[in-house]
Design a protein around this ligand. Structure first.
Ligand code: NDP
Length: 246
């Protein structure tokens, strides 16, 4: 707790799901946390109130990660309210399962805008603003290793995120900043559960040898590890956290 007390973490898409668990965990680890959101203001404010009530430090900042201007403001506002950014967690993302045949131009653009451009926008800001010794944690997916029908466009966005992770880690040479990605398997959040039948959900839960869905806290623990002092030598890696599904 003490060693990271003054440090600041931005968690994109932290109003619910994995991002909310990451924000809570990093606040417990001692970071001042920015709970970023695009639309869900009341959920973000509720989370900030919960973190503050338990002795943590957090602020909610609205920014659509797909907008370069809003991401610039997100960093400026973070610096103004909490200070220089030490940890960036690029969690914001969307998923729609759709065959290539039925993927509209609008759906393609929305997924690439949020998942890829959103990650690019924050990395570009981080390149000039991030504190020496910082940690960047991007979000890929284990779906990329499973190649299931309907996941082509979503997987393509996360393949791009993995490329940014590996190359950006090298572009930051000399700054003592690590760049890694977490690639979760199925996690019980709205993104995964929405649109699936109970049978489909039970099927996904049965796949890993650990025989359950991931919980947001499982992934938050991995992010905490990558953001913490013991992961300083892990750089440019994709860490699958999925109960052994792939
Ligand atoms: P949820 O749908 O539960 O939450 C997504 C969060 O992202 C919300 O807080 C939402 O807030 C925010 N968000 C969406 N669009 C934007 C945007 N344009 N700008 C800023 N914030 C935005 O998703 P999960 O928690 O499940 O997913 C988190 C990450 O984990 C994603 O990158 C996802 O691809 C990845 N992942 C998830 C898996 C799973 O099974 N759940 C498996 C593998 C990877 P708001 O409502 O305010 O927009």
């Amino acid at each position: 707790m003490q060693s990271t007390q003054q440090k600041v973490a931005i968690v994109t898409g932290a109003s619910r799901g994995i991002g909310a668990a990451v924000a809570q965990r990093l606040a417990r680890d001692g970071f001042g946390v920015v709970v970023n959101y695009a639309a869900s203001a009341s959920e973000a404010e509720t989370l900030v109130a919960q973190i503050t009530a338990t002795g943590g430090r957090a602020v909610a900042i609205k920014a659509n990660v797909a907008s370069a201007a809003e991401v610039r403001q997100l960093f400026e506002e973070t610096e103004r309210q909490l200070g220089k950014v030490s940890v960036l967690v690029n969690n914001a993302g969307i998923m729609t399962v759709q065959s290539v045949l039925d993927t509209t131009d609008a759906l393609y653009e929305r997924m690439f805008d949020i998942n890829v451009r959103g990650t690019f926008n924050t990395l570009r800001e981080a390149a000039s603003r991030m504190a020496e010794g910082g940690r960047i944690i991007n979000f890929s997916t284990t779906a990329l290793a499973m190649n299931l029908p309907g996941y082509a466009t979503y997987n393509a966005t996360k393949a791009a995120v993995e490329s940014y992770t590996r190359v950006f880690a090298k572009e930051l040479r000399g700054r003592n900043i690590t760049v890694n990605a977490v690639a979760p398997g199925p996690v019980a959040t709205e993104l995964f559960l929405n649109g699936k039948t109970p049978e489909q959900i039970a099927h996904f839960a049965s796949l890993p040898p650990l025989q359950r869905l991931g919980e947001p806290e499982d992934i938050a623990a991995v992010v905490s590890m990558l953001a913490g002092p013991d992961a300083g030598w892990v750089n440019g890696q994709i860490l699958r956290a999925n109960g052994g599904v792939a």
